[in-house]
Design a binder for this molecule. Structure first.
Ligand SMILES: [Zn+2]
Ligand SMILES: [Zn+2]
Length: 344
């Protein structure tokens, strides 16, 4: 029996989220009501908590949280997933009919509306996501591990764009949770990884996660150190996972001639970056902006999680009950947090 109301965290504006009792919606045609098994906190949610996020959260108050896995509690007409199926749902799905979807660039879908509401007991998954971006996960994968599929899909996207080969040298700039996911994907590809970051804790975490070398940006010559990791010429690939103008510049300086740079970290609106245009042209450096994920990368991320190649123990550091979410965000929003599982 599905109860009539549930606890859900609602976002009212920067630094204002509340746990409320709200009606549990009935699934309409094509929709699925998911009983949330686990949600994960995400840096994007903390950013939204601090400063608001128009792309992530639409009208306010908004459901909150976007990484989740659970069990199908009820399905609307036309849905082939049976009640009781354990699934992971992406936080978006392409429309399949717009200019970008027709060209396979579904992450740029003109109707891409990000879905929220993971911090709740139930989540109503809209029909377009049910039809293109919900995946059964079988019985073995824990919900919180399956919920890693969303951020991991973004990491797989970034690495795939660079077409990283075994033994390639890759510098990852940034030592936050996204970098940890990138390290996992790069290790699975057999690449050699150098993490460039700030502060000893993040760099120690990166080494534990399997980075072959770490470089502190506070050291005398981070560019020189990253270039020597790439045999003196620079690294075959550089992934910028910070989203700041100065680290975008570092990325272009650390890559070898003929190498590729993945600009993975999103900068604030209005950011301008000045780059060495001479180097980009004469050293034929390729720059790739990478955003979000596509169903192909989401499915690939689930396969990686199922394969056991991803060490999730370092990625998810604990769990909190749903009731504790508002207090947790209040206490933790100023730090760069590892993920915790939110268990309803
Ligand atoms: Zn996320
Ligand atoms: Zn589209």
């Amino acid at each position: 029996m599905i109860p009539e109301t549930m606890k859900a965290v609602l976002y009212y504006g920067p630094k204002e989220i509340r746990l409320e009792n709200v009606p549990i919606p009935q699934p309409g045609p094509g929709e699925v009501l998911l009983k949330v098994g686990a949600a994960l906190t995400c840096g994007t949610d903390f950013k939204a908590y601090r400063q608001g996020h128009r792309v992530l959260l639409g009208d306010l108050p908004s459901p909150f949280g976007h990484e989740l896995a659970g069990v199908v509690a009820a399905a609307g007409d036309g849905v082939s997933l049976a009640a009781g199926t354990r699934v992971v749902a992406a936080n978006s799905a392409p429309c399949a009919g717009c200019f970008f979807c027709e060209r396979g660039q579904t992450q740029l879908c003109e109707r891409l509306k990000l879905h929220n509401g993971a911090y709740a007991e139930y989540n109503l998954v809209p029909a377009h996501i049910v039809s293109r971006n919900v995946y059964p996960i079988g019985d073995a994968l824990p919900f919180e591990v399956a919920a890693l599929a969303e951020p991991l899909a973004c990491a797989v996207h970034g690495v795939d764009v660079l077409q990283v080969q075994p033994e390639d040298s890759v510098a990852v700039i940034g030592a936050g949770i996204m970098s940890m996911l990138l390290i996992e994907v790069l290790k699975a590809r057999g690449a050699r990884v150098c993490v460039v970051g700030r502060g000893p804790d993040g760099l120690a975490r990166a080494r534990e996660a399997g980075a072959h070398q770490t470089v502190s940006v506070e050291s005398g010559d981070p560019v020189g150190q990253a270039r020597s990791f790439g045999g003196g010429r620079g690294c075959d690939h550089v992934i910028e996972a910070v989203g700041k103008a100065d680290t975008w510049q570092l990325a272009v300086e650390m890559v070898r001639p003929g190498g590729k740079v993945c600009l993975f970290g999103g900068c604030a609106q209005g950011t301008r970056v000045s780059l060495d245009a001479h180097r980009i042209h004469y050293s034929q450096i390729s720059l790739f902006g990478v955003f979000h994920h596509t169903p192909k990368y989401f499915a690939a991320a689930i396969e990686l999680l199922k394969s056991g190649k991803i060490d999730h123990s370092r990625l998810i550091t604990g769990s909190i009950p749903l009731d504790a979410v508002p207090g947790y965000f209040r206490r933790m929003h100023e730090r760069s947090n590892p993920k915790v599982a939110v268990l309803p």
